[in-house]
Design a protein around this ligand. Sequence first.
Ligand code: ZN
Length: 124
Amino acid sequence: MQETYTDEVEVPGTQNAEEADIRDTDIVFDCPHCGKNLVIDYRGAGLQINCSECGEPVLVPIPDGMELNDLDLDSGEILKQLFATRRNYQKAELQIQALKAKLVQLQETLGVMQEVVAEGLVES
Ligand SMILES: [Zn+2]
């Protein structure tokens, strides 16, 4: 079961970090679902892939300060843009999550206010 979302860049799936031959350019992270220590090729940064252990979709973190120049690449510019896009996408996802949490809070507050109003109407 290897359903890997690759958007035009060939990206190998995750591997168990304990068994894998980790290169300097690989990204090592923990699966948020099963906690397995995973390793993936740097080109997987920012992609949603399926955990090789539990099969759940996981978002590969983009290492802070990841410099493509360090990776000895020629096609750097396109990848740089790709990474920037993915990074922005991840930020947007986080903002959406924060806004959703805020919305839940507001709905709860609204619910309380509606109860108060309803009680007030009953009393008067
Ligand atoms: Zn997992």
